[in-house]
Design a protein around this ligand. Structure first.
Ligand SMILES: Nc1ncnc2c1ncn2[C@@H]1O[C@H](COP(=O)(O)OP(=O)(O)OP(=O)(O)O)[C@@H](O)[C@H]1O
Ligand SMILES: [Mg+2]
Length: 150
């Protein structure tokens, strides 16, 4: 069942990401969907903070992916906005690389069909200064306690 959470400031979105980090384990795949400026990268910054990663998170748009290994769990932050096709995503072998960490993919709904069955989609919708952030579990993600985020 999907969980919707409304945040009314950038700080609230950061904090939500920080709390979400506590749910992550090795091998997790999370797709972040939503328009430009919806808050995807800000949320990932919160996750990195929650994992104890010191680096400032910036969009990996021109690098496609960045790996952070100084936290409690490795974080692979990808942005597939510029990828031409799903085939290219599969070529990245992100899931393999993230086997010992968590993979967070911006613009992930564009590649949703090529994701493994167990994944989480987080959808960011802009509502004025608010963001409505929906957590949609697929496969075994349904067994996680997403309700703890609300
Ligand atoms: N409630 C909110 N939550 C998150 N961001 C907010 C909120 N209100 C305003 N903002 C602003 O929205 C912007 C979100 O930017 P961010 O880079 O996280 O978006 P993005 O979804 O990663 O965009 P892109 O698709 O370009 O990568 C920031 O400038 C932030 O200050
Ligand atoms: Mg971004």
């Amino acid at each position: 069942m999907a969980i919707d959470i409304r945040t009314s400031s950038p700080d609230e979105t950061l904090l939500l990401g920080r709390r979400f980090a506590a749910l992550l384990t090795a091998g997790d795949i999370v797709a972040l969907a939503g328009r430009l400026g919806a808050g995807k990268t800000l949320f990932v910054s919160g996750v990195a903070n929650g994992l104890g990663i010191a680096a400032r998170i910036t969009s990996p748009t021109f690098l496609i992916e960045k790996v952070y290994r100084d936290g409690f769990l490795p974080l692979i932050h990808a942005d597939v906005y510029r990828l031409g096709s799903v085939g290219e995503f599969e070529d990245l072998e992100l899931a393999d690389e993230g086997a010992d960490g968590a993979v967070l993919i911006e613009w992930g709904d564009a590649i949703a069909d090529s994701l493994p069955p167990d994944h989480l989609v987080i959808r960011f919708e802009i509502d004025g200064d608010d963001r409505v952030i929906s957590f949609e579990p697929h496969g075994r993600w349904s067994e996680r306690d997403l309700g703890a985020l609300a």
